[in-house]
Design a protein around this ligand. Sequence first.
Ligand SMILES: [Zn+2]
Ligand SMILES: [Zn+2]
Length: 263
Amino acid sequence: MIVEQIWTGNDWRNFNYLIACPDTGEALAIDPLDHEKCLLHAQDQGWDITQVLNTHEHHDHIGGNAAMIDATGAELLAHKNARDRIVGIDRPLSAGDVIKVGSTVELEALDTPGHTMSHVCLLSHTDQQALFCGDTLFNAGAGNCHHGGHPNELYMTFSSQLATLPDDTLVYPGHDYIISNLQFTLSREPGNTDAEALRDDLLDQDPGNALVTTIGLEKAVNTFFRLRHPEVIEKLREDFPDLPAEPDEKTVFLKLREIRNNW
Ligand SMILES: [Zn+2]
Ligand SMILES: [Zn+2]
């Protein structure tokens, strides 16, 4: 499996992706908002884009569909419940569906509600798994729930699907927000030396050549995976004095999401 992370350089800081089969040159484009950059890269590599997948229905993820499909004739895949919000879905996806790219690549669709209620992530069936997570999980952060999502479902997705992935799973999110997310982690957990060192390392990172994190690294630096950490809880209790000394993970997640909304 070949993965190309394409930095759009736009104001929303989107990452687009091409996933290609090295044997056949067939490729799948994830959320190709910058269809020109995606097409150019595919042409350079001699790849044939046969599928477009939308992780969810927001404009900065589907805005390149029409031009990309016009240029390639690719099939469009998205969550089955996005049918009335994304025009022209050829293949509606449910949890567990397998998407083949060429002869060597298999990607599994995960049903991951929270950022919106019709959001899919893709998990590669490779030795070292890779997760393409749209706006559900960001490097060092979590998606918001302002435009059609629900924090309860986002928590369930994190706890029951993302946190259970192997530590070496590669994380490919839909946006580059890593610096501000690390700053948020540090605001909740000033003693997190891993997050501090990573923030210092990445301050002048070129997003065109971005660090690819893993689930293991996320568990060290992403406050939304650190729901039992004493410093996280202690600081939350300063903001919410009614919080018990040993709050459940869901309560901690929801409070962190609430604070992040206005941070
Ligand atoms: Zn979104
Ligand atoms: Zn987005």
